[in-house]
Unconditional design. Structure first.
Ligand code: NAD
Length: 257
């Protein structure tokens, strides 16, 4: 098993990538602290893990709250003895996120608080615990939009994910000699609720699909598998990476710098 003896916190575990990661990480031997603000969904994820014979606990925590992030880390150490993997995955894509003119400040602030500050707070409280456990792996969910302009304007979301990529790079360098690896997982467009709510007509879906070399949306399960690799010791020499899992979009549109 690829995560034997590891303890993983996964934020945004009530649905999508986070849920799939919780199920997969537990199947690979990890004890999972499933974190979300959606209590029903979070508990359902824990039930799924337990039914499959895995270990998991649900913790209600809003990643934009420092107190809540401290509590989720404390829960990992108290319940399972340590922290080895921190998957900062919770995120929102606000329905009123648009171009700079149309996007209200409250939408900007909320998006930054959850998508960017949430990752910082996860690291702020998680890194000391990883140190106490002798090191580990942090995976921060960014997005392909951090690297290329998307056709659908969503300036707050894009800026927040750009911030996640920059923050990840910096943390990777700072903590490289402490056996703590920090990588950004950059998913392409996925067939999850988050995106399908936005691409709510066949025309909008097709407009996005045209740009994906693989010609299909990604699956949350495929992101969970990429996160599993980054979480595991198989990725032992990988830190500070923008790990693209995007069906080839960046290969087609981004010029390496
Ligand atoms: P999702 O909406 O299914 O899952 C996100 C989860 O985060 C939800 O369970 C939600 O309740 C939780 N969450 C929201 N705010 C929170 C908060 N303040 N504290 C704790 N939990 C909170 O979406 P997903 O597609 O699984 O997204 C997971 C991550 O992947 C996000 O960071 C998202 O930006 C990123 N991403 C998604 C896509 C896509 O196409 N779906 C593409 C690139 C990146």
């Amino acid at each position: 098993m690829r995560l034997n003896d590891k303890v993983a916190i996964i934020t945004g575990a009530a649905s999508g990538i986070g849920r799939e990661a919780a199920v997969l990480f537990a199947a690979e031997g990890a004890a999972v602290v499933a974190v979300d603000v959606n209590d029903a969904g979070g508990r359902e994820t824990v039930d799924l893990v337990k039914k499959a014979g895995g270990r998991a606990e649900y913790v209600h925590a809003d990643v934009s709250s420092s107190r809540d992030c401290a509590r989720m880390v404390q829960a990992a150490e108290e319940t399972f003895g340590k922290l080895s993997v921190l998957f900062n995955n919770a995120g929102i894509m606000h329905a009123r996120d648009d171009d700079a003119i149309a996007t209200d400040e409250d939408v900007w602030d909320l998006t930054m608080r959850i998508n960017l500050k949430g990752v910082y707070l996860g690291c702020k409280h998680g890194i000391p615990a990883l140190r106490r456990g002798g090191g580990g792996s942090i995976i921060n969910t960014a997005s392909f939009v951090a690297l290329l302009g998307a056709a659908t304007p969503q300036v707050a979301y894009t800026a927040s994910k750009g911030g996640v990529v920059a923050l990840t790079r910096e943390l990777a360098v700072i903590h490289a000699r402490e056996n703590i690896r920090v990588n950004a997982l950059c998913p392409g467009p996925l067939r999850t609720e988050l995106l399908m709510k936005l691409l709510d007509t066949e025309e909008k879906k097709q407009r996005r699909l045209v740009h994906i070399p693989m010609g299909r949306f990604g699956e949350a399960k495929e992101m969970a598998r990429a996160a599993l690799f980054l979480a595991s010791d198989e990725a032992s020499y990988i830190t500070g990476a923008n790990f693209m899992a995007d069906g080839g979009i960046t290969a087609a549109y981004v010029t390496p710098t």
